[in-house]
Design a protein around this ligand. Structure first.
Ligand SMILES: Cc1cc2nc3c(=O)[nH]c(=O)nc-3n(C[C@H](O)[C@H](O)[C@H](O)COP(=O)(O)O)c2cc1C
Length: 167
């Protein structure tokens, strides 16, 4: 698979086996998170790795569509330190997912809608916030989405020079 096809082929996968993510793979995934670029290279983020079943259950109560967290072998919760940007958290999530895929680990981005609950569950100090996490695990056979979500055509998305401008 070319690098280009690898990037295009990244999918959210929600079915994981019970096998824990190996320490070697988790460290490599966290390294990829650490090396993500951030605004002014401030790296105003922290990563909470959740592997204990009861704590995964608690994290799962923090959002609306969190079954992947419940079913995951591990979930990395991305914390914005004071001054952090949501854009940076998005980049971290994508790096985590790409690194995981490279190692044969499936992943799904997760929205944690209930910020107060997240703070309580993770014991976040004042000024820290969290909206996103990535659920991880070795994929169950056939866990790839059967029907891939399509994408809008480029013609509906791309404008040249100005919004509405054509090539
Ligand atoms: C910012 C963001 C938040 C998401 N939150 C959730 C979520 O809470 N639960 C979930 O199951 N999937 C979540 N997803 C996964 C999307 O549903 C998925 O990426 C989208 O349907 C496209 O599917 P694909 O990534 O497999 O192509 C999220 C994706 C993004 C980018």
């Amino acid at each position: 698979m070319s690098n280009y096809d690898f990037v295009l082929g990244l999918r959210a996968i929600r079915g994981y086996g019970e096998q824990p993510v190996s320490s070697e793979h988790m460290t490599a995934i966290l390294e990829a998170a650490r090396w993500t670029g951030s605004a002014k290279n401030r790296q105003d983020w922290a990563f909470v790795v959740v592997t204990e079943r009861e704590q995964l259950e608690r994290v799962a109560t923090c959002g609306h569509y969190t079954d992947p967290v419940r079913n995951s072998a591990a979930t990395i919760v991305i914390v914005e330190e004071p001054g952090g940007y949501e854009f940076d958290s998005g980049r971290v999530a994508q790096n985590i997912m790409l690194a995981a895929k490279a190692l044969g680990v499936a992943s799904c981005p997760i929205t944690l809608h209930h910020s107060d609950r997240v703070s309580e569950v993770l014991h976040l100090a004042e000024g820290r916030s969290c909206r996103y996490a990535v659920a991880l695990g070795y994929p169950l056979p056939g866990a790839e989405p059967a029907v891939l979500g399509g994408r809008k055509p480029l013609a509906d998305l791309v404008h040249w020079q100005t919004y509405g401008g054509s090539r």
